[in-house]
Design a protein around this ligand. Sequence first.
Ligand code: CA
Length: 253
Amino acid sequence: MNDLQTNAERSAGGAKALAPTPAPRILIVEDESALSMLLAYNLEAEGFVVDRVERGDEAEMRLAETPPDLVILDWMLPGVSGLEICRRLRAREATRTLPVIMLTARGEESERVRGLSIGADDYVVKPFSVPELMARVRALLRRARPDRVATVLTAGDLELDRQNWRVRRKGRDVHLGPTEFRLLEHLLERPGRVFSRAQLLDSVWGLSAEIDERTVDVHVGRLRKALSEPGERDPIRTVRGAGYSFDETFGKS
Ligand code: CA
C-alpha cells in the first residue's frame, strides 16, 4: 500500500517494551499476477512488507538485492523454475535457512515431494484459501524468526495477544470489535508514530475501503471507551490536525 516507510523508520518508533519488529519482508515469486496481487494485498494488510516478481530470473536478482524474511515461491515460472530457485537458495550459506513456501498446482503432487526434499519448508496446493496461506506464513515466520513476529504486544498495563485476539488491561479482559482490535494493533506496533486518518483507513480498513474519514474517529472513540475505566490513563493520543498515535510514554511515567 502507500506505505513508503522504511524498515528503519518503522523500528525507530518502537519502544523497547514493545515488539522489536521491523515488519517482516516477504518476496512473492508468482507469474499469475492476479494471485500475486491478492496475496500482496492480504499480506500488507497484516503489516508485512511485500515485494513481488513474476519471473524466476528476476527473483534471483531481487533475492540478492533485498533479502526477504520469507519467500512464497511458485513452482512453474518463466525464466528459472521455483524448484531450481529453491535448490540454489539452499546451496548458498546466506540463504540456507530462509523460509520458503512453495505453491504448486494440483497434479504436481509427486513433484511436491521433490520440493520438500530440495528444502522448501512448506507447500500449498492451488487453489488454496488465502487465510490458510496467511496462517502458514505466520507459523513459518514464528518458527524461523520468532523475534520478527511478536505474538504479544505490551505497553504498561496493556497487553495485546495477536494469536488469541485478546486484549487485557491490568489483567482484565477488554472486549474489542475486530476493527478496534486491528486499530489498536496498528498503533501499538509503532508507538509514538502519528497516523493520519487516511493512513489508518488504508492500513486498518484496507485499500478498497471507501469510507468517510470520520469513521476513524468513531472507532477510535469506541477503542478508547473500551480500554479505559474511569480514572485510567488514555493510551491513545489525538494529534490535532494530524491524526492519532499510541502514546509512547504510556506505562513509563
Ligand atoms: Ca506459475
